[in-house]
Design a protein around this ligand. Structure first.
Ligand code: G3I
Length: 417
């Protein structure tokens, strides 16, 4: 019975009990009314306490409860304003270039960790985690790995170098990184299963498993990812699943799949992205979106094969985005994050490939032109896309079960992964 009904009964009793025959009854009711009013108030208070508090105006406050929000950065050479933006919105970073073999291991007996160390110190010193990128890739990898004097090196030598490189580099950062992109872009874009890279021709198709085994030895704690572009689409998605099967058979300790996410405006394959997230998670993988951007220019090439270039042509967006493009960019970023939020029980991290438009590789690939693929413009002003992304993190009623189905997610880490 609610307090208001009790009050009504009490008043009627008081009105007709002129001779005070029901004094005890009235006393009991008065206590009951007081108790109900107090308990109503405390229920209301606890309800208020579990309501979203609002103020979810940064990427990490909106999504960090579910998955880490990251940005790729060049090193510690960021302006003061960029640092503020980074620390306010993001919980994790990826070095865009400075941990790649060409930069850290330019010659067999020469290592240069200065820039990567500075990045790691900047991030960790400000409470951000770091995702290593990348140990084994066919780009930005010096030729010496694959040479034996004037000859092409044989399997044993290339394999020994792969192991030595991973032991030295992952060993150098051991204990300081959240994860490693152990192998990058090893799946073929065409008819073959694996890309005919110098790693494949030098070692054979066990080079990926060997890389994971070496990485686990060198850094027992970092989460180990395979990272690639276009693996949300067929036929690369099936090849990715085949690779996961092969790696499991070889007892390679792969723990996650990075879907890079270099997409083009009006061509984002939402259905395939969803299918890929579900399929990789069903294989027991953590799923990360590792290099997110949306190219607003036109180009013939899809994907992110940085070895492919197109002729430099006009620069139609040199003065900024048109209102229509700005709206479409916001709308499509919003749809992407609604999808990520729907599958938040499967996703470990979403990382943008750059902090602001002026820093994006899409200003010089596949041709040189002014691009606007990220959430902040060159003046570090948020674009409407930021609001659309934040709006995608819908407030859920307390204790709602996580979205999605399928097998239990691998152990999730908290913000700052
Ligand atoms: O450092 C030199 C500089 O000294 C020189 O003046 C300048 C002239 O062009 O080049 C500079 O190096 C460039 C380097 O980025 C640093 O800015 C290289 O030419 C350029 O090729 C290199 O591009 C990088 C690309 O990987 C290499 O393939 C991009 O910044 C980087 O964003 C991109 O990142 C890759 C991921 O690692 C893997 N997935 C695809 C993604 C996009 O290609």
């Amino acid at each position: 019975m609610s307090a208001s009904i009790l009050v009504l009964v009490y008043l009627l009793l008081a009105l007709f009990d002129k001779q005070h025959k029901h004094t005890i009854c009235k006393g009991v009711m008065a206590f009951a009314i007081l108790g109900l009013v107090l308990s109503d108030r405390s229920t209301a208070d606890s309800h208020i306490a579990v309501q979203p508090t609002g103020g979810k105006d940064t990427l990490k406050s909106a999504f960090g409860e579910w998955f880490a929000m990251g940005a790729a950065i060049p090193g510690d050479d960021l302006s003061q304003a960029e640092r503020q933006l980074l620390f306010r919105h993001f919980g994790t970073v990826t070095p865009e270039n400075c941990m790649k073999p060409a930069l850290v291991h330019p010659a067999p007996d020469r290592f240069d960790f200065a820039k990567a160390d500075a990045l790691v110190d900047l991030a960790r010193g400000n409470g951000l985690t770091v995702n290593g990128h990348t140990l084994v890739w066919h780009q930005q990898c010096p030729d010496w790995f694959f040479r034996d004097g004037a000859q092409v090196a044989g399997r044993e030598l290339v394999l020994a170098r792969l192991r030595a490189h991973i032991t030295a580099v992952a060993g150098h950062f051991a204990g300081k990184l959240k994860s490693w992109d152990v192998v990058n872009e090893a799946i073929d874009d065409g008819h073959d299963y694996l890309r005919k890279s110098p790693w494949l021709t030098g070692i054979g198709d066990d080079f990926i498993a060997e890389a994971f085994i070496a990485a686990r030895k060198a850094d027992p704690k970092a989460e180990l990812y395979y990272n690639d572009y276009g693996i949300e689409l067929q036929p690369k998605r099936d090849k990715m699943l085949r690779l996961l099967g092969d790696l499991k058979q070889r007892r390679a300790p792969v723990q996650g799949v990075g879907i890079q996410g270099h997409w083009r405006i009006d061509h984002i394959p939402f259905k395939d992205i969803e299918a890929a997230i579900v399929a990789f998670h069903a294989e027991g993988m953590r799923v990360a979106i590792t290099e997110l951007d949306i190219d607003v220019g036109t180009r013939a090439t899809a994907g992110a094969e940085s070895g492919t270039r197109e002729q430099d042509a006009a620069d139609p967006l040199a003065n900024g985005l048109t209102a229509d493009l700005q709206r479409r960019l916001a709308d499509q970023y919003g749809q992407l994050f609604a999808l990520f939020f729907k599958h938040r029980d499967k996703i470990s991290r979403v990382t943008f490939w750059g902090l602001q438009d002026g820093r994006s590789w899409l200003n010089y690939w596949p041709s040189k032109r002014t691009n606007h693929p990220l959430l902040w413009d060159r003046a570090l002003q948020p674009k409407p896309a930021l609001a659309a992304v934040l709006a995608a993190a819908k407030a859920e009623p307390p204790n709602a079960p996580p979205a999605g189905s399928g097998p239990a997610a691998p152990p999730k880490a908290s913000q700052g992964h």
